[in-house]
Design a protein. Structure first.
Length: 205
């Protein structure tokens, strides 16, 4: 049986919760970016600010893990979880930036289905972070994230089928494909975060 000294300091759990909350902001801005009436320049500016704030939290996690002797769980898992959360934010930031830079005029309505999946993933992830301290009631979280990732895969195939149907010009197809692939990557990122949490929970059980 493994014996661990568990620190009382809750700063890691607070930082992971803060990081997940940044994702709620990011996905809300992504949803706003899909609106036909969105001021895309303004949304992209606010997304950059949100991404920078998320980076600061990630840096704080790394600084914290490098400055304490006892961590709540393995250091490599802390790095993986912090990096995984940051990666998702980066992916969503890239989607917003692509929509702006590519100047896409018409976005398939089905992209909203993928953003809805991302919104639910963000909500579940933010709710799961405070539970890391007790390592309880987390199984439903990673099971549901896995189900949502499967839904995202199905949406992804359906959207690709639509944009390659001949209804879009070739140059628009290339732009949309990049955006669709990046949305899929963001959903996959949430699953990687959930897998990391599952691994941590299994180690600590």
């Amino acid at each position: 049986m493994r014996f661990r000294i568990r620190p009382v300091d809750t700063s890691f759990y607070d930082l992971f919760t803060e990081s997940a909350n940044h994702l709620l902001v990011g996905v809300a801005l992504l949803a706003e970016m899909l609106s036909e009436t969105a001021d895309r320049e303004d949304v992209a500016r606010r997304m950059r600010e949100a991404e920078h704030a998320a980076d600061e939290t990630t840096h704080a996690i790394v600084k914290r893990v490098n400055s304490v002797f006892v961590t709540p769980f393995d250091r490599e898992d802390i790095y993986a979880l912090g990096g995984g959360l940051d990666d998702v934010m980066d992916e969503m930031d890239e989607v917003v930036d692509m929509i702006l830079v590519y100047g896409v005029k018409v976005l398939p309505a089905e992209l909203g289905d993928q953003v809805a999946v991302l919104q639910r993933c963000a909500e579940l992830t933010a709710a799961a972070m405070p539970k890391l301290q007790s390592m309880k009631s987390l199984e439903e979280y990673w099971i549901e994230i896995n189900r949502l990732e499967n839904t995202g895969d199905k949406n992804h195939r359906r959207i690709l089928s639509q944009i390659f149907s001949g209804d879009f010009k070739a140059v628009e197809v290339l732009k949309l494909k990049d955006i669709v692939e990046k949305l899929e990557s963001a959903i996959d990122g949430f699953e990687r975060v959930a897998n990391t949490i599952e691994q941590i929970a299994l180690k600590e059980s």
